[in-house]
Design a protein around this ligand. Sequence first.
Ligand code: HEM
Length: 455
Amino acid sequence: MSIKAPMPDHRPDRVPLWKHLALFRADILSTQPVRLYRAKMAEVKLPFLHSVMVNTPDLVRLVLQERPRDFPKSARVREGLRLLLGNSVFVTNGPDWEGQRRIIDPAFEGGRLRHSFPAMWAAAQASAARLRPGLQEIEAEMSHAAADVIFRTLFSIPIEDKTAAQVYHSFRAHQRSAPIVNLAALLRLPRWLPRPFARETRSTAAHIRALITALTEARMQAITAGTAPDDLATKIMTTPDPQTGACFSTGEMVDQVAIFFLAGHETSASALAWALYLVASHPEWQAQLAQEAEVLRPYLDSATAPDFGVLRHMPLIRDTMREALRLYPPVPMLVRETARPEVFRKRKLGRGAQVIVSLWHLGRHEGIWPDPHAFDPERWQRESTKACARDGYLPFSAGPRVCPGAGFAMAEAVLILARLLLDWQFHALPDKRPVPIAHMTVRARDGIWLDCIKR
Ligand code: HEM
């Protein structure tokens, strides 16, 4: 099986700066030239911006794993997200970040994942029931399903809950109005220069935070009263930092809930939507996956959810998710900056230079993968893929800042994909081939439209 998966529209090698910036604001994939799938490093050096994209395994390891403290999260990314995320773990650095991870990480460890599994199953069942026959925009469906998973696992409420539904709809409005990066910050314009956000961006961010604050305050009261359900929110809010003994305050928890919702629902939705498109484009493979999903059938009308261990019996569906994440990593690029002068491949970088690790290009790099643009889920059964994956498969990043939700996300994605394939058959239409673009996550320019047929 070796069919080329849809690619972005790539820009020509040389374009004027104004055009580059305009493209960048609309979509960070089409602004990249095709040669980056072969390049070891790419550099942009302007009076107000020095940026390198590192594409070799040794440099990626250096930045993410060997010396991560010398390459902190970029202020440029923080700038774009501060309205919504405040001081959340996604944007902090140094001791603040370390303390936050000490509290958050235990909530996503193996044992707790097992605990979240019945809530994921309930969301998967609801998603299969919500889908309608005929042509459907599947990204929106998956966004709904992934948001449902987050609310059920974090706060024990389904997406139909009034507050949950309001948060979800406000997030969608926020994403439509928020730019991917604040250009003033990207270009390092002087700090006194105003960096306005659109009025709608401000008001949707404030609305979302007010809703999350209400949920978090109610939970704090339930914890105090001893009536709180045993879910992720309770676990995180009652876990003390093992070094300082302090728990998150309500305000600190609001920042974290905002990132769990943002990082946890947009990304999973993107991964699932692309996986479904790839499966829909390969009918024979889809039939094999549907067969594998039969392991879930005994639970369809049962009051008992399957156990976490059921995932072991769906290796082809897991490999399909891996292949989708390789081709369409939901977070396409990681942005860091140099904390001190560096020399990369004989190029000098001053302090504050931007360093980009492109998960998108690593996943399709011609120097790492055979047939890099082909959808070939069976590659994951080959021994030789281990070395390629070590160098080029980083959809959840690597090193100390690796995604804490990686195991959670894989469990959720395999379960939802399998559950949908039990009831539904998906067909991709030749005139609706999606074009990948990236805003906050990798999406399709005009959505992902699939013909859904009830089995
Ligand atoms: C397919 C789904 C997912 C993908 C591909 C993904 C990918 C990533 C990546 C690449 C990063 C690193 C970003 C950077 O360093 O700039 C990250 C960070 C993060 N992710 Fe995920 N993620 C997914 C799902 C989730 C879920 C379900 C949660 C939680 C419920 C989550 C929570 C986080 C948090 C809190 C961070 C920040 C970690 C830190 O900076 O220390 N993610 N994710």
